[in-house]
Design a binder for this molecule. Structure first.
Ligand SMILES: Cc1cc2nc3c(=O)[nH]c(=O)nc-3n(C[C@H](O)[C@H](O)[C@H](O)COP(=O)(O)O)c2cc1C
Length: 323
């Protein structure tokens, strides 16, 4: 009888509903867009996203001169608010570092950035901020990268960057197959290997997917493949509803390193969308209902010279505790 009840879909539905109800209380309390203006951690999430958007903009192959001025001005105004609710000065200095890089980038292209410059200077002066060298872009060379790929992991792992500045050399499907072969070794919960991987090559479907993804405007036409990593919900029980994203995330990182080891340029692209958007994407791709996209990976080739966003990293001691 208990066995029957445990397997009943109706009972399962109500158990999930209850779990989700309990979960929504915690989500409503902590998710970053609720009560953001009074919570420095939530406010910081928003600032991280917006400043990184400027940094990403600089790393795109062909970018509009003077792009993002409205965004930059609104970030500067919000940095003052962030400090007024107890935001960390060191974090604000890092944001300003990215803003200065954004200013010089656009000035080099010939844009008039005097208004943005004077707003950052005024903020630095009124808040006594230290000026730091942070963020922006780094210019890279394909040959140098290729000759460094055999290095040991501590070196190799530091040379992987998300690429938004692609070249024209075709990437053969056999290279992707080699990367997928390497990824067979990815660990998963109870070795269930619940991955479903779709390689979109044809122009029409690939571009449609990139358009729906929305995080690669400005460079998606230069990517030759969209690799969608999904997980199958049928591989999980009620106690592990998020495990699909853990297993999928492990796979995705492994795939990124595998591509990197083969000298292929790639970028992870979020599939973090509202359920209604995900439903639309799944429908337009004809995915099975039980398959859930975890991450889209854009793949292409390196040009001889290219740029990448720095994406400044925190010292691990900032988030690690030895207990
Ligand atoms: C889950 C995930 C989603 C991402 N989504 C996007 C995206 O939609 N568009 C984009 O340009 N970059 C995206 N990125 C790339 C991040 O901006 C990048 O990984 C981060 O800044 C660190 O830089 P790095 O990959 O060069 O080390 C994503 C990365 C991850 C891990």
């Amino acid at each position: 009888m208990i066995r029957f009840l445990k397997q009943s879909k109706i009972i399962l539905f109500f158990r999930i509903l209850l779990e989700k109800l309990v979960e929504s209380v915690v989500y409503a309390k902590y998710i970053a867009n609720g009560g953001r203006n009074k919570d420095k951690d939530k406010f910081r999430t928003d600032l991280d996203i917006r400043t990184h958007a400027l940094e990403k903009g600089m790393s795109i192959g062909s970018v509009k001169v003077g792009f993002g001025k409205e965004k930059a001005a609104s970030i500067i105004a919000d940095l003052k608010k962030f400090l007024s609710i107890g935001g960390d000065k060191e974090v604000v200095s890092n944001y300003c570092g990215i803003l200065w890089k954004y200013v010089s980038f656009n000035e080099e292209l010939g844009a008039d950035m005097s208004d943005i410059k004077s707003s950052i200077e005024a903020l630095e002066k009124s808040e006594g901020l230290e000026r730091v060298d942070c963020g922006g872009i780094i210019r890279k060379n394909r040959q140098e990268l290729l000759s460094s790929l055999d290095s040991s992991f501590p070196v190799f792992s530091q040379t992987r960057y998300s690429v938004r500045d692609f070249g024209k050399d075709p990437v053969s499907i056999s290279v992707l197959e080699r990367a997928l072969e390497m990824c067979e070794k990815t660990p998963s919960a109870c070795n269930r290997q619940p991955w479903k991987v779709y390689i979109y090559k044809s122009d029409a479907i690939r571009e449609k997917l990139f358009e729906l993804q929305k995080g690669c405007n400005g460079f998606y036409k230069d990517m030759q493949y969209g690799v969608l990593i999904c997980g199958d919900l049928c591989a999980y029980n009620i106690n592990e509803l998020h495990q699909l994203y853990v297993d999928g995330g492990m796979y995705a990182m492994n795939f990124l390193y595998s591509l990197h080891s083969l000298g292929v340029a790639a970028i992870p692209l979020t599939m973090g969308h509202k359920p209604s958007v995900i439903k639309g994407i799944k429908k337009s791709l004809g995915l099975k209902e039980s398959y859930f996209p975890v991450l889209l990976i854009g793949v292409g080739s390196y040009p001889d010279n290219y740029k990448v966003a720095v994406s400044h990293r925190m010292d691990y001691r900032k988030y690690t505790s030895l207990v």
